[in-house]
Design a protein around this ligand. Structure first.
Ligand code: ZN
Length: 159
């Protein structure tokens, strides 16, 4: 268990394509544990590996209020999407800021879990937004480039 340093906007790790994970090993297990610790510590709803400087396709998400429903996604891809939602979005790598981003209102994601077994998740609203936002990170995309009208300061409530 360890809290890792979150890279901030401008760090080159955030603009690189991440490599798919080929096999699970102890190092990756520790990475996933640390990513969950780091996300919860920062009160985030999602964290992607490049945000802690690791260019691998690993994402953790937990949108529950009490932080007891972690989702681990390895090599995730969006296989279906529908609808549209427009709303405020933030990022642990862009602290104190948010911006308006339009995302699909529903997405279906195919990924591997921490046991390298295939999992399918469906999400709407905030969960759909989190899937899109975190998967974007694996492809070097930070929401700032999608924010309509740019980003602005927020007092609190970063994602
Ligand atoms: Zn982010």
């Amino acid at each position: 268990m360890a809290i890792r340093n979150i890279r901030t906007y401008g760090d080159s790790c955030l603009t690189k394509e991440c490599k798919p994970v080929k096999e699970m090993n102890r190092k990756l297990e520790v990475l996933i544990e640390d990513m969950l610790d780091t996300m919860y510590d920062a009160n985030g709803v999602g964290l992607a590996a490049p945000q802690v400087g690791i260019l691998k396709q690993v994402v953790v998400i937990d949108i529950s209020a009490d932080g007891d429903s972690p989702i681990v996604l390895i090599n995730p891809e969006i296989i279906e999407m529908d609808g549209e939602q427009t709303g405020e979005e933030g990022c642990l790598s862009v602290p104190g800021k948010s911006g308006v981003v339009t995302r699909p209102n529903y997405v279906k994601v195919k990924a591997l879990d921490e046991n390298m077994e295939e999992v399918i998740y469906e999400g709407t609203e905030l969960l759909a937004r989190a899937f899109c936002h975190e998967i974007d990170h694996l492809h070097g995309i930070v929401y700032v480039s999608k924010a309509e009208g740019g980003i602005h300061d927020v007092a609190r409530g970063d994602e």
